[in-house]
Structures are given as C-alpha cells and as structure tokens.
Design a protein around this ligand. Structure first.
Ligand SMILES: C[S@@+](CC[C@H](N)C(=O)[O-])C[C@H]1O[C@@H](n2cnc3c(N)ncnc32)[C@H](O)[C@@H]1O
Length: 287
C-alpha cells in the first residue's frame, strides 16, 4: 500500500503497475485517449478508485467491463475529466480582462477571436461573451468553446446555469444577461440568447487534435493541471503559434509557465502570457 497525498490508500504492487500500463495501452488503442500524457499519480489514484467502486481488483478487468458497453466507456472518460467550472471564475481576472486586456485588443482589431480551451459546460465562454458584448456589442466576434467531453459541450450549447455557477457574476450582468426559471423545484438561469451569436462549441482534444490559428485571446484555465510536464510544454508552445501577435494566453489561478521567455511569451500580468507584437518579434529575431 502507498499513501498518496489526498489521504487515500492505493495499492501499488508491481503486478498492478504492469496491469495499469496494459490498461492505458488498450484504452488508447480503443479510444485514442492517451493517459500517459496525464500526471501519473493523480490518474492512477482516480482510476483505482473507480476500479474498486465497480467491484474489480485490477485495471484490466475493469477495462473489459467498460468495453462491453459504449455508453459505460463514454461515462468513464467523462468522469475522468473533471468538469468543475463557474461563471466569472476568479472574478478579479475577468475585471482585468474588461479593464485592460480586451480594450487593448479592441484597439488593434474591430472584432476579436477567442478560444475557451477545455471549456467544460461553457461558463467561461459565456462570461467572455458578456464582456465582449459590453465592450463592443454586435460586432462579428467569435468565441470558440472546446472540450473533449461531449456531454459538457451539449450542456454548453444550452446555456443554462445553476445557482452555484452564478455566485461571482457581477449584479448588473446577472440582471441583464440571465433569466431565472424554476425546474423540479430548482432555480436555473438561462443566458440571454443574444450571446449565442458569438459562441460556437465543438469537441477538441488538446493532446491530439490540430490547433486552429489566429486568436486574440486563448483562455485555458484549470485544464493542463492534469497533464504531464511534457504535455503541458507542448500545449503552451502550440498556443503560442495559435495566437496573433499581441494576443494573450489566460491561465488558471494556480497555473504558471516557468519557461515562458524560452517559448517567446511576455508575462505582463500574473496568469496572462502575451505573444509579442510583430515589431518586437522582428527586433528580437534581428538581435
Ligand atoms: C476543471 S474544467 C475547467 C473549465 C473552465 N476552463 C474553468 O476553468 O472553469 C477542465 C476541463 O478540461 C477538459 N479536458 C481535460 N483534458 C482535455 C483535453 N485533453 N482536451 C480538451 N479538454 C480537456 C475536461 O473535460 C474539463 O471539462
């Protein structure tokens, strides 16, 4: 037994470790999901908990059980990706966006192209849509919300939020952009359909799919925390190429890029990394 941070005792015999490697390989062959790019300890612990809960004693028996039903397999993959989110999560970061970053980008470009990568059920993408609609309404802005979890994307398209998603929404926005209604005794909040004109939700795997280009802002928050150091580095480099000169990468409140200068980013605000404007890049290349 090994005591892993988090207080859960997880068995880690050589047999189980080998078994876990076989589990990962077969899962990748069947689904394309490559768990070797996720942090080992966390992934091992989370999947072992699921193995035990389902009444199995090794990973491959659990996988055989999952593979018997497509729906079961899908539910497993969805559970593996933690979907926690909320509107205006870390509100001080959205204030900075509204006050400094979005106005700066709007001085360079009439409409903005934004990517909410790992958007879960869309709370971040709707928050960004509200800010853009406030600052520069009715322009052809594009906000692309992506995730590997299709169930979450279906929810994102609906734009319906729970009370727990609403706690950081500034009062005027709550009034203006959300219609409360009751369903099964619960109060839910429907986002104003006016926001939908900017939003598009699609599946995208940050560890496998090609990255689109030309973004003014990429928000990728609380997603790469599950990735291995190598996978993270690749993702940050691909985001750099996906950004327009002067564009920003916006990370979560526990995330940092330690070698940001090596990749080419500037770090003008904590949690925000900027691709230098063209002139600076040319000057750097020349010197
Ligand atoms: C904690 S949520 C973050 C939601 C939102 N960005 C926020 O900060 O509130 C993490 C999301 O990352 C998604 N995710 C995990 N691995 C991914 C991958 N390889 N590609 C795309 N999305 C992924 C999960 O499905 C999950 O919805």
């Amino acid at each position: 037994m090994q005591n892993i941070p988090g207080g859960v005792e997880v068995p880690k015999t050589p047999e189980l470790l080998n078994d876990f490697e076989r589990f990962k390989q077969r899962l990748r062959e069947r689904t394309g999901l490559d768990l070797s790019q996720y942090k080992f300890e966390q992934t091992y612990r989370r999947i072992w908990t699921m193995v035990e809960r389902a009444g199995f004693r090794c990973f491959t028996d659990y996988l055989n059980h999952l593979l018997k039903e497509e729906q079961r397999l899908r539910a497993f993959i969805d559970r593996l990706a933690i979907n926690v989110s909320e509107l205006f999560r870390n509100p001080e970061q959205f204030e900075l966006l509204a006050r400094e970053i979005l106005p700066e980008r709007l001085r360079c470009s009439y409409s903005l192209k934004i990517w909410s990568a790992g958007c879960s059920y869309g709370a971040e993408a709707y928050s960004l849509a509200i800010l853009l609609h406030e600052l520069a309404p009715n322009r052809p802005h594009q906000i692309w919300g992506t995730d590997i979890d299709r169930e979450m994307l279906a929810r994102a398209k609906q734009g319906v939020f729970q009370e727990s998603d609403m706690r950081s929404v500034p009062a005027p926005y709550r009034e203006r952009y959300f219609r409360p209604f009751t369903e099964h005794g619960r109060t839910l909040y429907e986002a104003d359909p006016i926001l939908q004109r900017y939003l598009r939700f699609e599946p995208h795997n940050l560890l496998a799919d090609p990255y689109p280009q030309g973004f003014d802002l990429i928000a990728c928050r609380n997603v790469v925390i599950y990735f291995s150091e190598d996978a993270k580095e690749q993702v940050f480099r691909k985001f750099f190429h996906a950004l327009n000169p002067g564009g920003y990468l916006f990370l979560g409140n526990t995330e940092r890029i330690f070698n940001y200068q090596q990749i080419g980013y500037e770090n003008p605000y904590t949690f925000y990394y900027r691709k230098p404007k063209q002139e600076v890049q040319q000057w750097r290349n020349a010197s």
